[in-house]
Design a protein around this ligand. Sequence first.
Ligand code: EPU
Length: 383
Amino acid sequence: MDKLRITGGRPLEGEVRISGAKNAALPIMCAALLSAEPLRLSNVPRLMDVATMAKLLGQMGVEVRRDSPGEIFLQAKSIADPTAPYELVKTMRASVLVLGPLLARCGQARVSLPGGCAIGARPVDQHVKGLQAMGATIALEHGYMTARAERLRGARIVMDLVTVTGTENLMLAAALAEGTTMLENAAREPEVVDLARCLTAMGAKIEGAGSGTIRIDGVRSLSGAAFRVMPDRIETGTFLAAAATAGGKVRLTAVAPDSLDATLEKLREAGASIKTGKDEIAIEAAGRPAAVSVRTAPYPGFPTDMQAQFMALATVARGTAVITETIFENRMMHALELQRLGANITMQGTSAVVTGVDRLQGAKVMATDLRASGPTCALRPGW
Ligand code: EPU
């Protein structure tokens, strides 16, 4: 098992170039399924999930090459096998993003149902409901969603709740459907907008991405494109939260400051001084941060992917903060790990009440999910 050994006790100083966004790169890679022509992506982060997506697309017959660092070439001249097997889907839930584009391009798809997840149940009923409204028949057979459609038809789809990959899956499918699709109660996350930009560069007709209503006028075919993936706003926010927690002076480059409003506001409330430029952010923080309460919400609200980082900040803040999770029902496991470092945290339903302490102590802890492992590493055990 991978281990990180961290010796704390010093402020953070330095400059970091932020990677491309994982949660934009994954759906954008799936856009390659919609065209027989090449999709050339740049600023793709070097991550296991990206490698898993490349493997999944490769197994379907898509040509996938990493040309140079950060650049991926994808070409789906034909799709030999429109299947996403359990072995890959269980390691990466975002694999379900192939369902919409496979149905749109091949008229069929066999995608494993993702199963359980550490942070919550995370069902995909909204993806399925939307595709059914577009004329697909979807059956559950031996743990797989077996989907068929002659040609998907545009439809008005009102989603029961705001879902990021659900919105993306349906947008991907609608790009090649016959007629107009209206997605209501759509996710407004910057990654949804980035996917829409890439699809538009491929010739799709999309309006309203970034708002709650997205209109997609289906086209017969899409072309290739060259596209640069947006910067990762959560990686950016994680470094900023680390600096605000441990103190110090950090400069982040290749970022998209506009995608981070809620996070920046909370960091300023915690006492950090933040300066933003066109594509950079500088943060300076001294002494203990002030306690700030956060409540997660779909974009433009405070991101669930930043919740753990702010709980870590609260453990050493002056005062008491209430951290409330509203998106995932089990995304508080880091609270128990932080308690092992000496944090003062009381759980109250979906909230953690955190009273800052002067000093944390180093201890062995477990990385409970991707976003929860960052802050535990950055924490400074003692002032
Ligand atoms: N939901 C349903 N039915 C659905 C879809 C979602 O009930 O059909 C529920 C989920 O269970 C959850 C809520 O809706 O309670 C929101 O989930 P959403 O679908 O928006 O999450 P996701 O698309 O599976 C993406 C990110 C997550 C991020 C969430 C929320 C990707 C690949 N993943 O997940 O990122 O936390 O949106 O912003 O884009 C991470 O990067 O560590 C991560 C978990």
